[in-house]
Design a protein around this ligand. Structure first.
Ligand code: ADP
Ligand code: MG
Length: 211
């Protein structure tokens, strides 16, 4: 195991995420049925299947090309709030990683921070609003801390995953302030946010593919 991430690793990460979304499609849709319109699992599964195919066909040579293809495909094939939000996150990650083919942990953290900022700008939500940001923000912070303290890659990714899962679980007690779930007001409390759940799967896929 090296402490950098190669193009082959990034490709494995995308595939692992698509697999986890497919495996959890029904439970994600179930979470969205409770506080939204019950399409989140199907939305993300459609988008990630299309993305895996698009990446296979285009054979990206750099991190920017890979994440741009991923983001564009997710934006164009996923409806609802999550298409533009996850798509923007991937596009921003690609722009931040640039033309690299070997990515350090610090660069990965910088890329994910750019993705997080993109989601905030696009969706106008903040951590605490019961959205995907509640899993993404703690994961990015954990990765930044790990990178700054010279933590090995697999341990860094595991700490990002436990932060993401903690953030996901914290959405249960939150009142939704953004997206469809916010229409429910107090009735949104007591339910886990679907987008935060998918975001934790993205980090779980990173542990699976990059460690
Ligand atoms: P829709 O709500 O349009 O049906 P999805 O069901 O696919 O879209 O996605 C819902 C998820 O999107 C929510 O669980 C939440 O995590 C995320 N989300 C919704 N609005 C926002 C927002 N403004 N900012 C960040 N994330 C959001
Ligand atoms: Mg929905």
């Amino acid at each position: 195991m090296t402490d950098t991430v190669s193009m082959a690793d990034l490709d494995r990460w995308v595939r692992a995420f698509a697999e986890l979304v497919a495996e959890n499609k029904d439970s994600l849709t179930g979470l969205d049925a409770a506080i939204g319109d019950g399409d989140h699992g199907a939305n993300m599964d459609r988008g990630m299947r299309a993305a895996v195919t698009a990446i296979e066909e285009s054979g990206p040579a750099t991190a920017r090309e890979l994440f741009t293809k991923l983001g564009m495909t997710v934006v164009s094939s996923v409806g609802g709030a999550s298409g533009p939000l996850f798509g923007t996150m991937f596009l921003r990650i690609g722009a931040a990683l640039g033309d690299g083919t070997e990515i350090s942990l610090a660069q990965l953290a910088t890329g994910l921070r750019a993705g997080l900022d993109g989601v905030r700008a696009r969706g106008k939500a903040e951590p605490g609003d019961k959205t995907m940001l509640d899993a993404l923000a703690p994961a990015v912070a954990a990765l930044e801390t790990a990178a700054a303290t010279g933590t090995a890659k697999d341990e860094a990714l595991r700490s990002a995953l436990s932060a993401a899962e903690g953030g996901r679980d914290a959405t249960i007690a939150m009142l939704a302030r953004k997206g469809r779930a916010s229409y429910l007001g107090e009735r949104s409390v007591g339910h886990q946010d679907p987008g935060a759940t998918t975001t934790a799967l993205l980090v779980a896929a990173a542990v699976r593919a990059l460690s």
